[in-house]
Design a binder for this molecule. Structure first.
Ligand code: GRF
Length: 210
């Protein structure tokens, strides 16, 4: 198993990006992080990348005349990085179908709810308003729908009586920091196989070619 190249797309705080950086540094993921791509020149994720010596690529949405032009630039940066895996970690834009198709099977996302419940924005708020007793997070492959691709890893938390959006989001975030590195590790160990809607997780040391 060779070491993989992974790239992260993040728009803001970047705590999930940090969890991946830390897991790579600790030897828990057989990969090199070859770049952070952000659409936001003010993202705190940039500071995290710089502190870890990871190259930063800013594709500033606001400086392109259209979404098409933005996505063309983004796609070029992504292709040039030649990563094995692209991780959407708090990347706040919906990717067009051109990019999703071009990186099919190599693009994953983390979402702060137990999909298919509560896709889209403010997932934690949606969960609270609905009144569910359990929520959590999902790492999934990206397809052309909204948070709808095959699920890789999920974990759950109880929704407590006194929870507000911030409290629930904080508890889910702790889980995200565990689940995202776990999913990235499985990918980098060549242990994920997409079979229709399902993702098969192969046992350790058993590769699809065997
Ligand atoms: C996380 O809750 C993630 O699931 C969602 O956006 C948030 C990003 O947080 N997509 P961070 O930037 O990783 O701290």
């Amino acid at each position: 198993m060779s070491s993989k190249r992974i790239a992260v797309l993040a728009s803001g705080r970047g705590s999930n990006f940090q969890a991946v950086i830390d897991a790579v540094a600790a030897g828990g993921i057989p990969a090199t992080c070859c770049g952070l791509i952000t659409d936001n020149p003010d993202a705190y994720a940039i500071d995290r990348a710089q502190a870890a010596g990871i190259p930063v690529y800013i594709v500033d949405y606001g400086s392109y005349p259209s979404k098409v032009a933005y996505e063309e630039a983004l796609s070029t940066v992504m292709k040039d990085l030649a990563a094995d895996l692209y991780i959407l970690a708090g990347y706040m834009r919906i990717l067009g179908s051109g990019i999703v198709k071009a990186f099919h099977g190599r693009l994953i996302n983390i979402h702060p709810a137990l999909l298919p419940a509560f896709p889209g924005l403010h997932a934690q708020r949606q969960a609270l308003s609905y009144g569910v007793r359990v929520s959590g997070c999902t790492v999934h492959f990206v397809d052309e729908g909204m948070d709808s691709g095959p699920v890789i890893v999920q974990a759950c938390v109880n929704v407590e009586e006194e929870d507000d959006e911030e409290m629930l989001a904080a508890r889910i975030l702790t889980l995200e920091h565990r689940c995202l590195p776990q999913a990235v590790r499985l990918f980098c160990e060549d242990r994920l196989m997409i079979e229709g809607r399902r993702v098969r997780i192969l046992p350790e040391n058993k590769h699809p070619s065997e």
